[in-house]
Ligand binder design. Structure first.
Ligand SMILES: C[S@@+](CC[C@H](N)C(=O)[O-])C[C@H]1O[C@@H](n2cnc3c(N)ncnc32)[C@H](O)[C@@H]1O
Length: 199
């Protein structure tokens, strides 16, 4: 994960303020209760941690997985700053084994993961029935210069439609356009969410 180890040095300075206003829509879609455990899939530097800590309270827990040690180092520092209980796992999302979790959050993840189907299947296995699986991501329905730029910087593919994974496997699936400027984000910024079927 060499590129993201390098990107980790400037990731927060470049992107945190840009995405921060849109993250609460994803936190809300998780429908969390205090004390629950959330899997933050491809957690990066932990930009979701503040919002998750707020909703989970002192008894809550985050499992953060990422393939980049550089990103995880930043995530560790952030969790410690927040006093958030976080198990941070250095692994490839396509081969990871998770503990059982109450909810899964994947922000700007499924457009960057090399094998979204495998990563989704792994995370879904860990999610308890009735738990929420939430994506925040960008889709380029029309390609523009910024699409290309975001893809280069994030090593991402904004043509992907990862919400279709949710539609195929979950109940109560929704997708909400966050009305962010496409010329800034390279496409439509959206939250997609669904509920794992009861056994
Ligand atoms: C665009 S960043 C998103 C980070 C964070 N979720 C956020 O919202 O800021 C994509 C993340 O995916 C991670 N990643 C890429 N390939 C991965 C893989 N195969 N397994 C786990 N993480 C991976 C990168 O290291 C990076 O932290």
């Amino acid at each position: 994960m060499r590129w993201y180890d390098v990107f980790a040095h400037t990731y927060d300075a470049q992107l945190e303020a840009l995405y921060r206003p849109y993250r609460p829509a994803a936190f809300d879609a998780l429908r969390l209760a205090p004390g629950q455990t959330v899997l933050d899939l491809a957690c990066g530097t932990g930009q979701n941690f503040d919002g998750l800590a707020e909703r989970l309270g002192p008894a809550g827990r985050v499992v953060g997985l990422d393939a980049s040690e550089g990103m995880l180092k930043k995530a560790r520092a952030r969790a410690d700053r927040l006093g958030l209980e976080a198990a941070l796992v250095h692994a490839d999302a396509t081969a990871a084994a998770y503990p059982p979790v109450d909810a899964v959050l994947a922000t700007l993840a499924f457009t960057a993961l090399p094998d979204p189907d495998a990563a989704f299947a792994r995370a879904l296995d860990a999610l308890r029935p009735g738990g929420r699986f939430v994506l925040l991501d960008v889709h380029a329905e029309r390609r523009r210069f910024q699409t290309w730029l975001v893809e280069k910087i994030a090593r991402a593919d904004l043509n992907r439609r990862p919400w279709t994974l949710l539609e195929a496997a979950l109940d109560d699936v929704s997708r909400t356009d966050l009305n962010a400027p496409a010329k800034t984000f390279g496409g439509t910024l959206y939250v997609a969410a669904g509920t794992k079927r009861a056994l």
